[in-house]
Design a protein around this ligand. Structure first.
Ligand SMILES: Cc1ncc(COP(=O)(O)O)c(C=O)c1O
Length: 394
């Protein structure tokens, strides 16, 4: 991917990011310091939530939420098969059962109707519905939460693609503000909308859940004497552990990078929005391609991905040929995602036969380059190469 002139994704890095990281190195305070606290405070204020917790990956964020919520072999989740492995794997790390819904074949998103169908068939207790804002496009949070509520299930937002997106509805809110969910998780992996190299975060308005999550990301260690069982007197070194926990903490170095990037999230989203609109201008007349949904309001979408929908079967061309054509012009692409039920680990799933639209989405979808470093000329070039494949001139 790195050798291509236009990979499908690339981080947005500037001199301020480098300065911020160097500053931490100069202080020589590399873990559990002030920068992680500052970053958490910044997230908390931006999303107007009671708690924001940084950790070292989106997977750690999901696992910490699931575990703190009490997922186990009797309390499972419903989620989408069109997501990265981690959304479901983190539940399996808690031994929790996972039920996959079908999705809308054009957007790849879980819909209230598909969720209702899943609830009609699922046989275990569903503690949480985990919705994924694929590519930065938002699920119908109002509709989904109505369905989940009927079954006393919580909504968890896997917003690893949707940092910076704004949800319009009865309650206008940034994704991360948890207006319809118990918790929202983010990934700050190298190619996400902002990056810590590797990193993640959780936001919630439930302080009880937040306290459990904080324990989960740091070995289950309690340092507050008031929370301990019979702590000894005059023992300042003393700590206690009542439950197992992990080391999911992020370093000060990665937090410095994340914080520096997070300060310009609006600018990053604006740039991504401009690129999406340029693609739209250059590709809209191509009758063989369906473009992703466009919000006509600023910040509506997170634009983590720009996914084309092409009916390769109807056109009697192979997706591989299209990918090869792009590669021949040094353009990267990726498929988001292989439905999880196609993975050997999840393949015994009885639901596979019902996931018809997920299969269509998988067959037809391809992600093309989307990152802030693309300029007008680059987008025009990439669109031209795409249109040429279909013998369409720009
Ligand atoms: C939708 C989704 N969920 C979860 C994750 C896991 O995040 P991380 O790679 O930071 O562990 C990712 C990252 O690729 C993702 O795209």
């Amino acid at each position: 991917m790195n050798n291509l002139r236009f990979p499908y994704a690339r981080a947005d890095l500037n001199k301020n990011d480098i300065k911020a990281v160097l500053k931490v190195l100069e202080t020589q305070y590399l873990a559990q310091g002030q920068v992680v606290k500052k970053f958490e405070e910044k997230l908390k204020n931006k999303f107007d939530v009671s708690d924001a917790i940084i950790c070292n990956s989106g997977t750690a964020a999901l696992h910490s939420v699931y575990r703190s919520l009490g997922l186990n072999n009797e309390n499972g989740i419903i989620t989408t098969p069109i997501t990265f492995l981690a959304t479901a794997n983190a539940a399996r790390m808690c031994n929790a059962p996972v039920f996959f819904t079908d999705v809308d074949s054009k957007s790849g998103l879980m819909t209230p109707k598909k969720l209702q169908e899943a609830f009609n068939r699922v046989k275990f207790k569903v503690k949480a519905v985990v919705v994924v804002h694929l590519g930065g496009h938002l699920c119908d949070l109002e509709g989904l939460s109505k369905v989940a509520k009927k079954y006393n299930s919580f909504i968890i937002e896997d917003a690893c693609h949707a940092l910076g997106a704004l949800h319009y509805g009865k309650k206008n809110s940034l994704i991360g503000s948890c207006k319809y969910s118990l918790a929202t998780t983010f990934s700050f992996h190298a190619i996400k909308n902002i990056t810590m190299g590797e990193g993640g975060a959780i936001t919630t308005n439930n302080s009880n859940l937040a306290n459990k999550i904080k324990l989960n990301i740091s070995h289950g260690m309690i340092r507050n004497k008031r929370e301990m069982i019979n702590p000894p007197k005059d023992a300042p070194w003393y700590y206690q552990m009542k439950d197992i926990g992990w080391n999911y903490r992020a370093s000060e170095i990665s937090c410095a990078l994340g914080l520096s990037q997070f300060k310009r999230i609006n600018k990053i989203i604006e740039k991504r929005d401009i690129i999406a609109n340029l693609y739209k201008n250059h590709l809209a007349h191509n009758e063989y391609i369906s473009l992703p949904k466009f919000s006509n309001r600023k910040y509506g979408e997170g634009w983590h991905l720009f996914q084309l929908n092409i009916d390769f079967k109807k056109l009697k061309v192979k997706k591989q040929e299209f990918i090869k054509h792009l590669r021949n012009h040094s353009i990267g692409s990726q498929v988001h995602y292989i439905p999880l039920v196609y993975q050997p680990y999840y393949s015994n799933n009885e639901e596979k036969k019902f996931l018809i639209e997920a299969a269509t989405f998988y067959n037809n979808t391809i992600s093309i380059p989307m990152y802030t470093g693309l300029n007008k000329k680059n987008v025009r070039f990439i669109a031209k190469v795409i249109n040429n494949f279909f013998n369409i001139t720009n």
